[in-house]
Design a protein around this ligand. Structure first.
Ligand code: ZN
Length: 515
C-alpha cells in the first residue's frame, strides 16, 4: 500500500494587533492572541506545513496604536512575532491601510513572510509585486493566490490609497487558476474577504456590494481546492465535494488549519482533506513570544495608564452598549461635540463600537482607546434635507420591538456583528417611529426647532468610513466634500481631554424613539 503523507495549510486572519492575551480595556486576561495561537501551531510539524496570515494585522489594538505613533522607537511587534513564528505568506487586509501606506510598507519590509496580493495594483503593476506563488512542499505542487476585498475605496481615507487600483478578486483569481491549474496538485486561495451568501443555502445575507465574494469565487472557479477567508470575523469550517471553505474569527481566537492526507507514489493523490479551527482557549500563551515584544508592551502600558482628565459626574462609563444606543449615552454627545469643535460643522454623526467601555471618573488613555477603537479621520460634507432623511431612515433600521420593548435588530449581530453601523446625529432633533416599516420611520427632523425642508442644506461631519459610504450608507458616498480633517478621532479626543482636563458632559435628548 502507498504510504500516506501529511500536509497542512495553517493560517490566521483579522488578528487586529491582538498579540498578547490581554483585554486592554481593563488589563484582564484574555484567552485570545497570537502568542497563544503560537502554541496551537505546535500541533503541526512545520516541515509539513505552510503558514500564512490573511490580513487586518496591524490595526485594532491599543498596542499597535501605541506602536504606530512611536514607530521609530521599536520594531513592529506584529512583524517580530510573525517572523519568530516563521510565517510564509502575508495577504494585506483593508485595515492594514488605516495608518497609511508608509506604515504598511514598513511592516512589510520588516516581515520575513512574502506578501501576496493579486488584485491591488498601481499603473506600474501589482502594488506588492507578487500575486501568487507556486511552491513545492515535500513534492506537492501548490498554487497559492493572495487577494483582498476590492471594497477598500469605500472605506479608506483617499489620501492613503492614492493611485491604487482595486481589481476584481474573482476575475484576477480566475485568470491565475486558468493559467496554472494544470501544472499544480492543489490550489489555495487566501482571500481577505468573506461570503456574500449563506454557503449552504445560497441565500443572500445582505445586498451583494462586492465587499465579500467568497461564494462567487468558490462557485465560479472550480479549480480552487481550498478557500481561506477572513474579514467578516466569522467561524466557518465547511467541506463541499472535498473542497474547503474556512474562516477563523478574529483577534487571535483561532488558528485555521486544513489537514491534508495524500499519497504520491504515482503522482499526487488526495486521501483526505479536513478543515479545522484550533481554539486559543485550549492553549497557553508562549512565553518566548511575549518576551520578544516586552519592551514595547511595557511602555505601552505606561502610556495607557496615564490619567489625562476627570469626569466629576462620573456619567461617561458604558455598562450596556445596546442600551447606550437606545438611550443615546452622553458619551455620544461628547464625541459629536468634539467633532463639531474640530470641524465647525452644523451637524455631527457618530456611532459606538461593538464593544465600548466609556470613560471612568479618572480618564486614562486606555479608556479613550477602548471607547473610540477605530482609526478614523473626519470629513465635512454638504447634505440636503432629503439625503439627511434617507440617512436617518437607514440608521432607524437598527431598532426592532421585542416583547413590547425596543431592542437592537438581530441583523446587526449576524452574519457580522456591526452595531457600529447605527449612527446618532447631533445638531438636529428627530423622531424615529419604531412601529413603522423601514424607510418610513423618521417622523420629524428639526433644525433649530424648525422642521427641515428637503432642499435645506447642512454641513455634517462624518468619519471617513461613513463619508465614503461604509456600512452600505450609499446615500452618503458622493456628497460634496467641503473639507477633510486628517486627524485620528481618538487623537482629537485625547487632545481635547488633555487640554480641558474636566469633562462636564450633559446628555442631549434629541433622538426620540416611538413605540
Ligand atoms: Zn477586513
Amino acid at each position: 500500500m502507498d504510504k500516506i503523507k501529511k500536509l497542512n495549510i495553517l493560517f490566521t486572519s483579522d488578528t487586529h494587533g491582538w498579540l498578547l492575551p490581554i483585554n486592554y480595556s481593563d488589563n484582564s486576561k484574555s484567552t485570545n492572541g497570537l502568542s497563544v495561537i503560537a502554541n496551537a501551531m505546535k500541533e503541526y510539524s512545520r516541515e509539513n506545513s505552510i503558514l500564512m496570515d490573511l490580513g487586518d494585522t496591524i490595526q485594532g489594538s491599543p498596542l499597535l496604536y501605541f506602536h504606530q505613533i512611536n514607530r521609530k522607537s521599536y520594531p513592529n511587534p506584529a512583524a517580530q512575532m510573525m517572523n519568530y513564528l516563521n510565517y510564509d505568506y502575508f495577504i494585506p487586509g483593508n485595515h492594514d491601510f488605516n495608518y497609511g501606506m508608509d506604515y504598511l510598507d514598513e511592516f512589510i519590509t520588516e516581515l520575513n513572510a512574502k506578501t501576496l496580493c493579486a488584485n491591488i495594483a498601481t499603473k506600474d503593476g501589482l502594488l506588492f509585486k507578487q500575486g501568487f506563488e507556486i511552491v513545492d512542499k515535500n513534492g506537492v505542487k501548490i498554487l497559492i493566490i493572495g487577494i483582498t476585498t476590492k471594497y477598500i475605496p469605500n472605506w479608506e481615507n483617499p489620501n492613503y490609497i492614492k493611485g491604487l487600483i482595486f481589481n476584481d478578486p474573482v476575475v484576477e483569481t480566475e485568470k491565475i487558476v486558468n493559467k496554472y491549474r494544470k501544472e499544480v496538485d492543489l490550489v489555495v486561495v487566501a482571500y481577505h474577504g468573506g461570503f456574500e451568501r449563506d454557503i449552504l443555502t445560497r441565500k443572500e445575507f445582505v445586498k451583494d456590494t462586492g465587499e465579500n465574494q467568497g461564494c462567487k469565487i468558490f462557485a465560479n472557479i472550480k479549480g480552487v481546492d481550498i478557500l481561506l477567508t477572513g474579514h467578516q470575523h466569522r467561524i466557518i469550517t465547511e467541506k463541499i465535494d472535498n473542497r474547503i471553505l474556512i474562516q477563523p474569527g478574529c483577534n487571535g481566537a483561532n488558528l485555521g488549519a486544513v489537514e491534508i492526507e495524500y499519497t504520491d507514489e504515482t503522482g499526487f493523490k488526495l486521501v483526505s482533506i479536513q478543515p479545522k479551527l484550533l481554539k486559543a482557549g485550549d492553549y497557553k500563551s508562549d512565553p518566548l513570544c511575549e518576551e520578544l515584544i516586552k519592551d514595547v508592551e511595557k511602555d505601552n502600558q505606561v502610556f495607557l495608564d496615564e490619567i489625562i482628565g476627570i469626569v466629576p459626574k462620573n456619567n461617561l462609563a458604558i455598562k450596556d452598549p445596546i442600551q447606550a444606543r437606545i438611550d443615546k449615552h452622553p458619551i455620544v454627545d461628547f464625541i459629536n461635540c468634539i467633532q463639531i469643535h474640530a470641524s465647525n460643522s452644523m451637524l455631527s454623526a457618530t456611532s459606538l463600537a461593538n464593544i465600548v467601555t466609556g470613560f471612568r471618573e479618572e480618564i486614562t488613555v486606555r479608556n479613550v482607546l477602548s471607547t473610540y477603537v477605530y482609526s478614523n479621520t473626519l470629513a465635512v460634507v454638504e447634505i440636503s434635507g432629503k439625503v439627511l432623511k434617507e440617512y436617518l431612515e437607514k440608521c432607524a433600521e437598527y431598532f426592532v420591538i421585542k416583547d413590547g420593548k425596543i431592542a437592537a435588530n438581530p441583523r446587526f449581530s449576524y452574519p457580522k456583528v456591526e452595531h457600529y453601523n447605527y449612527d446618532m446625529i447631533d445638531g438636529i432633533d428627530y423622531v424615529i417611529d419604531v412601529t413603522k416599516k423601514h424607510g418610513d420611520r423618521i417622523e420629524s427632523i428639526k433644525y433649530k426647532n424648525k422642521e427641515i425642508d428637503k432642499d435645506d442644506l447642512f454641513t455634517i461631519v462624518l468619519n471617513n468610513y461613513r463619508a465614503s459610504g461604509g456600512g452600505d450608507f450609499l446615500m452618503l458616498k458622493d456628497l460634496p466634500i467641503i473639507r477633510e480633517i486628517p486627524f485620528n478621532v481618538a487623537e482629537l479626543i485625547l487632545d481635547y481631554i488633555r487640554e480641558n482636563r474636566v469633562l462636564d458632559v450633559v446628555g442631549v435628548n434629541n433622538i426620540k424613539l416611538k413605540t
